[in-house]
Design a protein around this ligand. Structure first.
Ligand code: ATP
Length: 565
């Protein structure tokens, strides 16, 4: 297409008749003299001769190709996967072992790398869910040189089906995950071909991104000249990035956290609920809510299932939990904030004291974190190769969560010389820097990366939080921390409607405003005492693994800058 945006008009020499049109007129001033008859005859003869020669060459080439194909002893053993190919049972890389030596296997995998060593030998690195196995192809009947050449030229990332004999390599293949075996190819077919040029190579994304590139980007090269793939490039090309061994392992940990949370909840007798994410008013007051168009009126994306969880308790459901998206319209461009994250929420009734629920939540976290270590050992080891700095996550030795009061935390910070005067006046919550420092102090003093702070000042908590009846400056509320950063907020909730309305007014939330009538109505008809909490799955994964950025622990992260892919 022409730059002007106008349709392309062929240049004169591109038109079929160009020669005729461009030939100068035989008459008129300046026109060359007409060629002689003899010269014309000679030119025609030469043209015919050249045409014949070209015809002969083409014929010869076709014959040669046919002859080559006729002698291609590997015909049918490679190429596109034929419809007639038997669907041989496929072996996963995770099932492969030394027991397969000298046995034939069929695998389906991506080509991580393909290179021809010579006309008779090529190597392919195959990749399956981050795991790598080397495959070798050597020309020896029936494997032909043509087949070797074809295999060595397969586009990186194409998906292939390979049948071959498993052998012990002469020296372990250090670049493969399964270094003690290789597959000697007998058949290889392409199932899905990748483009020749990819925006990023999966092998380049195997190395961790530089730490300082959350927002900016730029092509960089490391000491060995290999490209450094920044976080932005990875996230822009997330599907390729998800194929790295590390991303594969991280997504397993996310899956594990959700699995263990639901397992613990269901075993406790809790009921899995699914609350609406479209609401007619902002759920907790405040401005951190996304407004959307809802036919002829406005609606909002739920910033937590808080009010609905409580309404379920009022609806006699006893103990409930949810795993679902949570939306926050916060313009926070930090390593730990997203505008959409996966919330793990629970709410349950208690009989005498909210500590019944707090203990339940502490045991929940100890269960999740210990079981992750047990069930996902391999994945954790893979991730630690890329992110070794944070080290193993330390759990309390006695299997019991460390619980301190908020004021104990303040005292520890004060002892360390931190200015906590605002916190002592109960005007502000702990800052992120204070939380991190407290995490350090607690790690050194108590040898744990997981701890709980109880009894936060009432002033820094939302309207539905129950103040401590014995000292209303503080509330029956708690936060959970991993490596010094918050992963859960929870509390006993006010269940008396009058007290709730008063608290709302005190906190500047109008009980008569739209959306709160339904909530308050739930309490007017009587609601048992209850407490609960909200956890961020992405944060648990991030801090458990010691990842430097929450985006690495999120499939398709959303933040103030990013709404794709
Ligand atoms: P923070 O002080 O870190 O912004 P918060 O006090 O706003 O968190 P809550 O509203 O209490 O957090 O939400 C409960 C949990 O949900 C948090 O402990 C955290 O695990 C997770 N969470 C909250 N906001 C975000 C966010 N923007 N991105 C990712 N996770 C979040």
């Amino acid at each position: 297409m022409a730059d002007s945006g106008l349709p392309h008009r062929p240049k004169p020499e591109e038109t079929p008749e160009a020669g005729a049109q461009a030939a100068p007129a035989a008459t008129g001033e300046g026109a060359p003299a007409a060629p002689s008859k003899n010269a014309l005859k000679k030119a025609a003869k030469e043209k015919a001769k050249a045409e014949k020669a070209a015809q002969r060459a083409a014929q010869q080439q076709a014959q040669q190709q046919a002859a080559q194909e006729a002698v291609d002893t590997a015909k049918g053993l490679y190429g596109r996967l034929p419809d007639s190919e038997d669907l041989a049972p496929v072996t996963n890389f995770s099932q492969l072992s030394e027991e397969h030596y000298e046995k034939e296997v069929t695998v389906v995998a991506r080509v991580d790398n393909a290179r021809s060593q010579s006309a008779k030998l090529a190597f392919l690195m195959l990749r399956q869910q981050g795991q790598k196995v080397q495959a070798v192809i050597a020309a020896a009947e029936p494997i032909s040189r043509q087949m070797v050449k074809w295999a060595g030229g397969i586009n990186v990332n194409s998906i292939v089906q390979v049948t071959g004999i498993v052998k012990k390599p002469a020296v372990p293949v250090s670049s493969a995950t399964l270094s003690e075996l290789e597959i000697h190819i007998r058949k290889i077919y392409i199932i899905a071909e990748a483009a020749q040029q990819l925006p990023m190579q999966v092998k380049d994304a195997e190395r961790p991104p530089p730490l300082s590139d959350i927002v900016e980007d730029g092509t960089q090269v490391d000491a060995e000249g290999a490209p450094i793939v920044t976080l932005k490039t990875r996230l822009d090309n997330r599907v390729l990035d998800l194929q790295t061994e590390t991303s594969q392992a991280i997504t397993w940990i996310s899956s594990g956290v959700a699995e263990l949370f639901t397992e613990y909840m269901l075993k406790s007798g809790a009921r899995w609920i699914f609350t609406s994410k479209l609401t007619g008013s902002s759920s907790e007051g405040g401005s951190e809510v996304f407004e959307i168009k809802y036919f002829k009126r406005k609606a909002y994306l739920a910033q937590s299932p808080q009010l609905y969880k409580q309404m379920c308790i009022a609806g006699d459901m006893g103990s409930v939990f949810e795993v679902g998206p949570v939306f926050r319209a916060e313009d926070s461009n930090t390593h730990r904030h997203l505008t959409e994250f996966t919330g793990l929420d629970f709410e349950k009734t208690f009989r005498h004291h909210y500590h019944e629920v707090l203990e339940f939540a502490e045991q929940l976290l100890v269960f999740i974190l210990t079981q992750l270590k047990e069930r996902y050992k391999e994945q954790i080891a893979i991730i630690q190769k890329s992110y070794p700095k944070a080290g193993d996550f330390k759990l309390p030795k006695d299997g019991k969560a460390l619980r301190l009061n908020y004021m104990d935390g303040i005292a520890l910070l004060k002892e360390a010389g931190v200015d906590v005067s605002e916190q002592e006046r109960f005007e502000n919550d702990l800052t992120t820097a204070m939380e991190k420092q407290l995490g350090q102090i607690i790690r050194e003093k108590y040898d744990t990366d997981f701890y709980v702070l109880d009894k936060f000042p009432t002033a820094v908590r939302p309207f539905y939080t129950k103040p401590d009846p014995e000292n209303p400056t503080f509330s029956n509320s708690y936060d959970f921390f991993m490596r010094g950063e918050e992963i859960m907020s929870g509390a006993q909730r006010i269940n008396d409607v009058k007290e709730l309305e008063e608290s709302m007014i005190k906190k500047g939330v109008d009980p008569k405003s739209e959306g709160f009538e339904d909530y308050l109505a739930a309490f007017r008809q009587g609601c048992p005492p209850h407490a609960g909490g909200g956890l961020g799955l992405n944060r648990i994964v991030m801090f458990f693994l010691g990842l430097p950025n929450i985006r690495l622990a999120t499939l398709f992260p959303r933040d103030p800058q990013r709404l794709r892919p």
